[in-house]
Design a binder for this molecule. Structure first.
Ligand SMILES: COc1ccc(-c2ccn(C[C@@H](O)CN3CCOCC3)n2)cc1OC1CCCC1
Ligand SMILES: [Zn+2]
Length: 329
């Protein structure tokens, strides 16, 4: 049976298409994710009922908070970035459709209900979530818990036709990937990834073969981490819009810290130079090492991404130089 292009059968496709159009404007997360599920034939492969997929995505989209950066647009962006990265020819045929379903789902849910505040802020203010999750990956645990809670309503359970065993493995993969987006895990995650690639290179065969669950999920964890840290690899006009959103979110947290008489987190201090300095520092410490490692796995698919990342860093260095020279004159 053909999958209805608009998600539901209708005697008036044109009218429904007009109806749905505003959705992609107001509902970017639903529009992008539904389209990716269709393009990857996930709806047919896993016998997903289209109306349940729409109900789930609507509820998920509405559960993203209206904060400047970690909102439904970020969820949609990471999902779309994950979709593109999964198409790298360097990992063609490596992952099966269950892993792809888990990766796309993890990407679109990974920041749901984000409060626009950081884990350290929630911990130092003894937020209920920090108490609930014992200071351990507080936001990440919350996001993935909310994502699965939304599945419990039957009309939203898009995985109802998976076997219990398939659901168990899907759930483990999704939890593992979303928890891997915690920056506190970055150094270990990247070191393990580099060790895996080193071992594979020693084995001599030029294509990636991953046998164990641990090896396969390690690559998928780094993949969602790349998608989550992909703003800096995008064309400058897109990248700079993400920076502006994030800075507004951080500055709001800085205001809250000041009002509470707490130390203001370094990223949350309002000042013209911190933006460039922090972006350069973050790219040098985290983003470039991660993308360079990913680039070595999928060589040469990520070369354009690495070039754009380098150009974006140079742009910050130039604007920092201009700023500091103007202030010292
Ligand atoms: C456009 O710039 C950025 C874009 C993204 C990020 C960034 C940092 C961590 N992440 C990932 C988390 O959001 C992980 N989240 C946490 C909450 O739980 C879910 C998973 N993303 C940092 C960016 O810039 C740096 C911060 C200020 C200047 C340098
Ligand atoms: Zn994120």
């Amino acid at each position: 049976t053909p999958i209805p292009e608009l998600g539901v059968e209708t005697p008036q496709p044109e009218e429904l298409r007009v109806e749905l159009n505003p959705i992609s404007g107001e509902r970017p997360l639903t529009a992008i994710t539904y389209r990716i599920f269709q393009e990857r034939d996930l709806i047919r492969t896993f016998s997903i009922e289209p109306h349940k997929l729409l109900s789930y995505l609507f509820a998920l989209e509405d559960s993203y908070q209206q904060v400047p950066y970690h909102n439904k647009l970020h969820g949609a962006d990471v999902c779309q970035s994950m979709h593109v990265l999964l198409n790298s020819s360097g990992i063609k045929d490596v992952f099966n459709e269950f892993e792809i379903l888990a990766a796309i789902f993890a990407a679109v849910v990974h920041d749901v209900h984000h409060s626009g505040l950081t884990n350290p802020f929630l911990i130092k203010t003894k937020n209920d979530l920090a108490i609930l999750y014992n200071n351990e990956s507080v936001l990440e645990n919350h996001h993935v818990a909310v994502a699965f809670k939304l599945l419990q309503a039957d009309e939203r359970n898009i995985f109802s036709n998976l076997s219990a065993e398939q659901m168990e493995t899907l759930r483990k993969r999704v939890v593992d990937m979303v928890l891997a987006t915690d920056m506190a895990k970055h150094k270990t995650l990247l070191a393990d990834f580099q060790n895996l690639l080193e071992a594979k290179k020693m084995s001599g065969n030029d294509y990636l073969t991953l046998e164990s669950y641990d090896d396969r999920i390690l690559v998928l964890k780094n993949l969602i981490h790349c998608a989550d840290l992909s703003n800096m690899t995008k064309p400058l006009d897109t990248y700079s819009k993400w920076i502006d959103r994030l800075m507004v979110e951080f500055w709001k947290q800085g205001d809250a810290e000041r009002d509470l008489g707490l130390d203001i987190s370094p990223m949350c201090v309002r000042s013209p130079t911190t933006k460039d300095k922090h972006q350069i520092g973050f790219i040098n410490s985290f983003v470039h090492p991660l993308w360079e490692t990913w680039g070595s796995l999928v060589y040469p698919d990520a070369n354009t991404i690495l070039e754009t990342l380098a150009q974006n860093r140079e742009w910050h260095e130039a604007s920092l130089a201009a700023l500091t020279s103007s202030t010292t004159d």
